[in-house]
Design a protein around this ligand. Structure first.
Ligand code: GAF
Length: 381
């Protein structure tokens, strides 16, 4: 892909680009906790987004997307988002640089990637982090990884309309080969946990569905958590977010939250506790215990937080029943995308055949399978 970026750049703009790469991510456990300043456990993967960029001495920016085979142009001094368009990610990042007082000028950019579409591997975060890495190098801005992460997150809020947490761009920027990041989303600091899975590996099963309510429901879940915190503060004035409570504290004052909020709060608090346990057992190579926590996470996301869907529930259930899978759960925001499965390598073919057949019989479409390699985070290349 790097070669394609360079070739396409020369073809379109007749100059040589600076090229950057940022990967997509998986999340081992810790879902819908990042925007409550909780804990997550993501890792970067081998797929990602490449961005080639060079100054053009023009009053406008010229972009080309290899994936959409489409060009876009905008005035870099005055621009506004174009609903749902990929160029928003470039404008969104520039808007952050502009607000932070950085100086830039006209540039050309080619974008291309190999992240499986709709799998929930966070291609949008990879795109923003890659754009940030490329622009930082081009204009010698010396942006820290954490600044790139923060601008990427804000850009997603303002230019894509999703009030996402920090996990995705953080994993893309800070990822390490064969290592997961135990990330504290309040301190924005992580601990690297070397993965030693032996005869097991992570396999993603893509449901190949994305239900249309995903983005709206995501923002609603986030708002429900914030509403819960406001109510809980009447009893625990010192709390800032749900991360500050334990399950026993929540249960003690159960009546404070109405029925539509209580299970949501319970999910976030219990999921944070699961991330702690999961990290600790993984360090001790207790893979079966880790697998059980994946199952509990899915049940909580499905029943309490209500972000699963029939396809993901089916895939998780089939995986739990399959000998050789130690654990499985839906991954990411929900309402479609992938399940993550901790599976014995020698069982992969059998698993794919069995789950592929039963899923297709139930839903009339085939799932796809993605074996992930835990890889390095964003870089200029
Ligand atoms: C999406 C968001 F972008 C993340 O910030 C996170 O909240 C995740 O859903 C759910 O854990 O990927």
């Amino acid at each position: 892909m790097e070669a394609q970026i360079r070739y396409s750049f020369k073809n379109h703009f007749e100059t040589k680009p600076i090229v950057s790469f940022a990967p997509g991510r998986i999340n081992l456990i810790g879902e819908h906790t990042d925007y409550q300043e909780g804990f997550v456990f993501p890792a970067a993967v081998q797929f990602g987004i490449w961005v080639g960029v060079q100054k053009n001495q023009l009053p406008y920016c010229r972009l080309f997307s290899l994936d959409f085979e489409e060009s876009a142009t905008f005035d870099w001094k005055a621009f506004s988002p174009k609903k749902g368009h990929w160029s928003n990610y470039v404008m969104g990042f520039l808007a952050q640089l502009h607000q932070a007082g950085y100086k830039f000028e006209g540039f050309d950019m080619v974008i291309g990637g190999n992240i499986p579409v709709g799998a929930g591997l966070s291609s949008s975060a990879a795109l923003s982090v890659s754009i940030g890495t490329a622009l930082s190098a081009l204009f010698e801005l010396n942006l820290s990884k954490l600044s790139i992460v923060r601008y990427a997150q804000k850009s997603e809020h303002q230019y894509a309309g999703v009030n996402c947490g920090i996990m995705d761009p953080y994993a893309s920027a800070f990822g390490k080969a064969e290592t997961a990041l135990f990330l504290d989303c309040r301190k924005n600091q992580h601990e690297e946990v070397k993965l030693n899975l032996g005869e097991y590996c992570f396999l993603l099963v893509n449901s190949n569905v994305k239900h249309s309510l995903a983005d709206t429901a995501y923002n609603q879940r986030r708002a429900a958590c914030e509403e819960s915190v406001e109510l809980l503060k009447t009893h625990f004035p010192e709390i800032k977010t749900l991360r500050d409570l334990t399950i026993s504290q929540l249960v003690e004052i159960e009546k404070i939250l109405p029925q539509y909020l209580f299970p949501k709060a319970k999910h976030v608090i219990s999921e944070c506790e699961r991330v702690f346990k999961a990290t600790s057992v993984l360090k001790d190579n207790k893979l079966a215990v880790f697998g059980e926590l994946l199952k509990k996470s899915h049940q909580s996301l499905s029943q309490d937080f209500e972000v699963s869907c029939p396809e993901l529930d089916f895939l998780a259930q089939k995986a739990w029943e399959f000998p050789g899978v130690l654990g499985a759960r839906m991954m990411g925001g929900g309402f479609g995308g992938c399940t993550i499965n901790l599976i014995k390598k020698e069982k992969i073919t059998e698993f794919q055949e069995e789950i592929g057949y039963s899923y297709e019989k139930e839903f009339g479409k085939a799932p796809s399978f993605i074996q992930v390699e835990i890889s390095e985070g964003a870089r200029s290349i």
